[in-house]
Design a protein around this ligand. Sequence first.
Ligand code: SF4
Ligand code: SF4
Length: 496
Amino acid sequence: MFCGVGPLFCGTDDETRGMIDSVMGQEVLPGLPPAWVLATLVLMGLAAVWMWRRALKAGPRGLQARGHALSGPLARSLTGSPWPLVVLRLGGVGLFLLVIVSGFFNREAPGENLATVLTWTLWWWGVVLSALLLGSVWCAVCPWDALATWLARRRLWRRVRTGLGRRLPRRLMNLWPALFLFVLLSWLELGMGAMTSPRLTAIMALLMLALALASLLVFERKAFCRYFCPVGRTVGLYAQAAPLALRPVDAGTCARCETLDCYYGNQEVEPCPTHLVMGRLRENTYCTSCGACALSCPYDNVSWRLRPPGDELASRARPRWDQAWFIVALLAVTTFHGLARTATGGLGEVLGARQSLWSVTAALASVLLAIGLSYAAVVALSYRLAAGEVPYRRLFSQLAFTLIPLSLSFHLAHQLSPLLYSGLLPFEVPAPLHFFLKAGLMGYGIWLALKTLRSRSRELWGRSPGRLAWRTAPPVAFVIAVTLLHVWLLMQPVVL
Ligand code: SF4
Ligand code: SF4
């Protein structure tokens, strides 16, 4: 029987069963039908034309972010007391423990085991959706950080001195460690089959907890969250597209502030775990939404802010070389995910009976190399067309922001089918709505990618339309090629 995690969530409806098919002995869901592929392409084309033709508003250069601060009772209660967050963290830790116990002691098959179903079908999709809509809130409730902090400090929230408090070596203060762990975890997930192994899923979860705890005991503040955690860095990058962020209410108050309690903390409240000064914050990338700055600020000058989606992605976030490589790897791994879960034309069919740890490893390395090298070549072409006006590294780092919406929208669209038909949802989603959501996500992705590309290219090369058209042609072609590949992957049946 097709079922999720228990009788409560069983998807036994005939319509659901009707959607599920069998290819090479695997349960699969059909991909986008041709009519919906056409609708997706038309929607994406319209989004692209609209984005390219509309006047581009220059993002604010100063520290005052666009949008407006939320001042309702809900926003105030979330920033005015540590307890709402503590309660949410307790809930997150409860689910984490459920995954561990189920992973080690529940003998059910992966499709019915809470460890695999919650982690790979619900969590990894939900985390990315939360980043798109709510910014980096996942990090605020993250069970790895919550458990590690409680174990190390033996308090639910008050400031206390723990561990050796060493400074992280300068050569590790970048995103290369997180990039390495990201590729390693993706390899464990797809190469070692963690997606279908509850025990390996639980081991991976514990490994992350051990890393978070070790980093807390050795290094000052939260080096794990800022430099090592691949989930946090993925969320941080996707959160640049979000319409929500913790920001100063008034930039002038921060400019005049001499105590910088948000950075140093106070007697009760921890300093910013990722070394940020709220008054100078321009991007969500390294903010964990922990709210410590809101609690410690003596002027009550930190609040949630609603802002235009993608504003930060298009202009405010600072380009960085290591971060750009993380973005490229994110796109490659997300695309590889699509290939791995595709029943026809994907990895399973290409490798056939030769599918082994080595062949999957080689396939992952090939996709990483192919996307990395083609992006590097595209940037080199723009560099040549602009006669080296802007240094190659700067070009590479600035244009990489364009890739974030591509992997974000494909991740959500591709993993939507397994979630909707996993039996986890207590209601049925009609097939047309399912396809419409996929088309909408892809349309939103290309709209955001082109908005980012336009804004970043103007920043790099100025506003002359003639010059811009030539110089942006290679990245535009790259965006279109990646999008078409993703649409093709969405047409293929997905392995449940
Ligand atoms: S302590 Fe408050 S006012 Fe001072 S910089 Fe931080 S957020 Fe701004
Ligand atoms: S203390 Fe730092 S990480 Fe936490 S919400 Fe404030 S800026 Fe973000």
